[in-house]
Design a protein around this ligand. Structure first.
Ligand code: XMP
Length: 321
């Protein structure tokens, strides 16, 4: 089925919300549905639409796969509690790190995360709750990138021929499939989500695993997590579309206290972009770059080198994996 994009100029958010609430209610019928909230604008919007459509018949989970940023699981759960939406925190760290053990190829990593998420974790949650449907915030750009063969976005299933009913035991409902990020933000705003959510910079489904080159282990995620916090603090007011830290696979020779220190390399990326389809590196002032290098090499254990990526997308992509 060909999906038609709905651009911001053609979007009436109020009407869109009413139509999607009716559509979700009709697709779910009398059954129960589940969804995963990550706190990003897409999954937050779907959570609100789903609760308006199904009320208590929608159960929302925050899957803690151990790949999120500092304090993210608890912060998001409490933010939605204030909105009257109860979110259950699921500790799935062991499942995900087991699935990622020894995997270094980017597409295999994405595939491992997809399987852990949809088959292991949601397969179990759906069985336990007797749900028939999974509601998720796949958007137009996710499909486009996957179908074009750029990257397998972890939430793309039916569009690449996966029969979710047969493989995982539930059907998928995707209310945002016609929208790109700017349009989703408009819908989120009208749904009453806070600015912290509707203006939240994009964050990938595979989370920090998309920013670890080579094997994803709890220790390597911790290194990139610490660097991410520094990058997000320092670049918050730049107005950039997205900014991130990447951990490289190879170590390099550094020097500390006059002695050789063979350590990690962190790459910083900061993007100007409209919709993540294309992007250019932000022309950051040199003093910000120097501060990033100073903080990352002193605050993140084992890091001896920090670089700034100056490549456009294409040929780069936004994330490293
Ligand atoms: P790339 O790295 O493909 O990223 O240039 C484009 C935009 O998509 C985000 N991204 C993802 N979002 N699932 C998502 O929902 C994914 O698997 C995924 N991979 C990348 C990325 O952060 C950027 O905004």
């Amino acid at each position: 089925m060909k999906i038609e994009e709905m651009e911001v100029k053609d979007l009436n958010p109020q009407r869109f919300i009413e139509e999607k609430i009716a559509e979700i209610a009709s697709l779910a019928g009398t059954g129960l549905a589940v969804n995963a909230l990550s706190g990003g604008v897409d999954s937050s919007t779907v959570t609100m639409l789903g609760h308006k459509a199904l009320g208590n018949r929608l159960k929302t989970y925050f899957i803690d796969h151990g790949l999120m940023r500092e304090d993210e699981p608890e912060t998001i759960v409490s933010l939605f509690k204030e909105l009257g939406v109860l979110v259950e925190l699921v500790d799935a760290r062991t499942e995900f790190f087991n699935a990622l053990k020894g995997v270094t190829d980017p597409e295999e990593k994405r595939e491992a995360i997809t399987q852990a998420f949809y088959k292991d974790v949601f397969g179990r949650l759906v069985k336990e709750s007797n749900a028939t449907h999974l509601l998720q915030g796949t958007n137009y750009t996710d499909i486009e990138e996957t179908v074009a063969g750029v990257k397998r976005q972890h939430n793309i299933l039916e569009q690449i021929g996966i029969d979710t009913q047969e493989q995982y035991g539930y059907k998928v409902i995707e209310p945002l499939i016609q929208l790109r990020k700017p349009a989703v933000r408009e819908v989120a705003k009208v749904l009453g989500l806070s600015e912290e959510i509707y203006n939240r910079p994009p964050f990938p489904g595979p989370a920090l695993a998309a920013r670890v080159i080579g094997e994803v282990t709890p220790e390597r995620v911790e290194t990139v997590r610490k660097a991410t916090r520094i990058v997000e603090e320092e670049l918050l007011h730049t107005g950039a579309f997205q900014y991130l830290a990447i951990l490289h696979k190879d170590k390099v020779t550094g020097v500390r206290n006059g002695k050789r220190d063979y350590g990690f390399q962190i790459e910083v990326r900061c993007w100007d972009s409209e919709d993540a389809k294309t992007g250019s590196p932000t022309r950051l002032p040199y003093d910000i770059l120097e501060k990033l290098a100073e903080r990352i090499t002193t605050e993140v254990p084992g890091v001896v080198s920090v670089t700034y990526n100056i490549t456009k997308k294409p040929p780069s992509t936004i994330e490293a994996v």
